[in-house]
Structure formats: C-alpha cells, structure tokens
Design a binder for this molecule. Structure first.
Ligand code: F6P
Length: 345
C-alpha cells in the first residue's frame, strides 16, 4: 500500500491566510507523516469534476504571505448538482484519495459535515471567513486583515470628510454579523456603527450625524453590508442568488448617504470597501492563526478524527464537530454593541 493521499480544497469567498493553511498542512503532512497531497480546484467543484492540481512542498514554497488561494475557490454546492455526491465519490476513488481537508466558511463546511455524517466521506474542516461569524472558534483567520484594511480606510476618510465637512458613509462586509463594522468602527473612531444584528433607525442616525457636526467634526458612518433599516427591507443593488441561495449584498451605504443628505441637508458620500477587504497579504496574526489551523488539521487527519473542525479557543487549537460548529452563527452580542454606543454621535 502506498502513502496516504489527502485531498485539499478551499471553498466560498476567498480570504487572506488560505495559502498559509495549505502550506501548514502540506509541510507537516509531508515532513512528519510522509503523506501525499492532491489539490482540488475551486472548492467543491474540484472533487465534483475531478479537477486537480499537484500539491507538494515545491508547490507551497513562498505562498505564506500571498493573499487569495493557490487552489482557487468557488461557491459550488454539490448537493445542487445532478448526481453530485456520486460524482464526488467516484473522483475520490479515481484519485485514490483517503480523506479530504475542506477549508471554508458556513457553506463549504456545511457540505463537509453532510458528506461525513450522511455519506461516510472522511473530511476534516478548517474554518475561514473574513466575517468572523462561525461559532465554535474565537476567531477565523482573514478577519484581522479585513479589520486592519477597513480601519486604515476609515482613518483616511476622516481627513477628507473633515476637509469638506461632509458625511462619509463606509460600507464594509458582514453578511449576517457586524464584526468587521464593530471592530473597524471602534478602532477607526467612527461616529455611527450599523450592524446586521440590530435594525437601525434612520432618524437616529441623522441625529447622531447632526450632533457630530455641532461639535465641528465631520461624521463617519460605518455600515455593514447586511445592516437593515427599522422600517423596510434589505437594500440591494442586485437580486441574484448564488448556489447556496445567498443574495449578493451591497447597496445600503449608497442608500443611507442619500437618506442622510435628504433628511439633514448635509452633503454625504459613500465608500464601499468591498473586495479590497479580502484581497492581498494576510496580517501577522492571520498568518499565525492560519498556519496553526493547517498544522492541527493534518493532525486530525492522522488521528482519523473526521467530521471535526479545528477551532481557536483562547490560545489553544481544539477540535469540534463540524455540524455543531456550523449550526449556529456567531453574531454580535447586543450588550457589546451597546458598550460601543457611547461613541455614537
Ligand atoms: O461571506 C463572506 C463575504 O465576505 C460576505 O461578507 C460578502 O457578502 C460575501 O463574502 C461576498 O462575496 P462574493 O462577492 O465573493 O460573492
């Protein structure tokens, strides 16, 4: 019997640190356990269509500081594809894959949990999302980088807002959870922070904006893309759905700036940070966390501990059942939001 062969894939929205995980997995797996690796391209599309890339130590050299993922990513949902699970099983057999490591967020890991629990395909999960909204782990890698980028943008927007004495609305990512908005808004000294967990009152936002002008400062309003007004629906530019049924967010920032202008008579502009938050080199913290996740994921494979996800608890990396970890989103506690509210207005 040859060496064990492990398949690795990255799914969902990309995130700084993915390459650091891949490198950690391959370096430890080859050096300590003599494993062979196969990279599957573009998330679950790779095993579904048998699209592979070689994954060995030369392939992971120099990738630690690189953003994106050398394996590519997609939001392919095999449960939505004809004979999806049968095709995955056939391809795993064809490439003689003993087990898989899936690096992804809620959706990619949701598939991983079902593949292990319902279809007996051995998968270990690694949590990833800049939104930091996976329960069971204190932090996901990519979040720290995104917060750093958003904070730098807010710092820069302060000076231009003050030069023109106008309102600057900054739309950041955060589909269901306002972690990026909360952390970057606090770190950047925003005057209003709006998160998906709590519907906002436009009148209240305008009152904060006005009080900030009264203090002779220009207001910065940070709004998570998933935040919603108290009266009305989610503001969207685009209604299309991905294969996990998610709408493409963005639009609330533009909408809010118009409302503020209309209601306060003050000039307002919007900056949508978008994918800038996801691109480029990971922060030192994200490289550290992603590397440790990689090292612990390969250990879980060695232990045959499938259906588990690695997670950060304090400074320890632990293993938790994927199904449990993806069942509930980690959202911002109302008390924490209230605490930050002292800086509003
Ligand atoms: O899920 C992470 C995330 O960053 C969300 O905050 C955002 O809505 C989504 O990705 C956008 O991803 P894409 O443009 O790749 O579909």
């Amino acid at each position: 019997m040859g060496a064990k062969k492990i398949g690795v894939l990255t799914g969902g929205g990309d995130c700084p640190g993915l390459n650091a995980v891949i490198r950690g997995i391959v370096r430890k797996g080859v050096q300590e356990y003599d494993y062979d690796f196969t990279g599957f391209r573009d998330g679950w599309r790779g095993p579904l269509e048998g699209d592979t890339v070689p994954l060995d130590i030369p392939a992971v050299r120099g990738i630690l500081p690189r953003g994106g993922t050398i394996l590519g990513s997609s939001r392919t949902n095999p449960f939505k594809e004809e004979n999806g699970i049968r095709r995955i099983k056939e391809n795993l057999a064809k490439y003689e894959i003993d087990s898989l490591i899936a690096i992804g967020g809620e959706d990619t890991l949701g598939v991983a949990a079902r593949l292990t629990d319902e279809y007996g395909i051995p998968v270990v999960g690694v949590p990833k999302t800049i939104d930091n909204d996976l329960s069971a782990t204190d932090y996901t890698f990519g979040f720290d980088t995104a917060v750093g980028i958003a904070t730098e943008a807010i710092d820069r927007l302060h000076t231009t807002a003050e030069s023109h004495m106008r309102v600057l609305v900054v739309e950041v990512m955060g589909r269901h959870a306002g972690w990026i908005a909360l952390h970057s808004g606090l770190a950047g000294g925003a005057n209003v922070i709006l998160i998906p967990e709590q519907r906002f009152d436009v009148e209240q936002v305008c009152a904060w904006v006005t009080s900030r002008f009264k203090a002779s400062y220009a207001p910065i309003v940070v709004v998570a893309e998933g935040a919603m007004p108290k009266d009305g629906d989610m503001v969207l530019k685009d209604q299309s759905l991905d294969s996990f049924g998610h709408v493409r967010l963005s639009g609330v920032g533009e909408w809010l700036a118009k409302e503020i202008e209309k209601r306060t008579g003050k000039e307002a502009r919007t900056t949508v940070l978008g994918h800038v938050q996801r691109g480029g080199t990971p922060s030192a913290f994200d490289r550290w966390l992603a590397t440790r996740f990689g090292l612990h994921a390969i250990e879980a494979v060695r232990d045959g501990d499938f259906g588990k996800m690695v997670a950060l608890r304090g400074t320890d990396i632990v293993r938790v059942p994927i199904a449990e970890a993806t069942a509930k989103l980690k959202t911002v506690d109302p008390e924490l939001y209230k605490e930050v509210g002292v800086f509003f207005g």
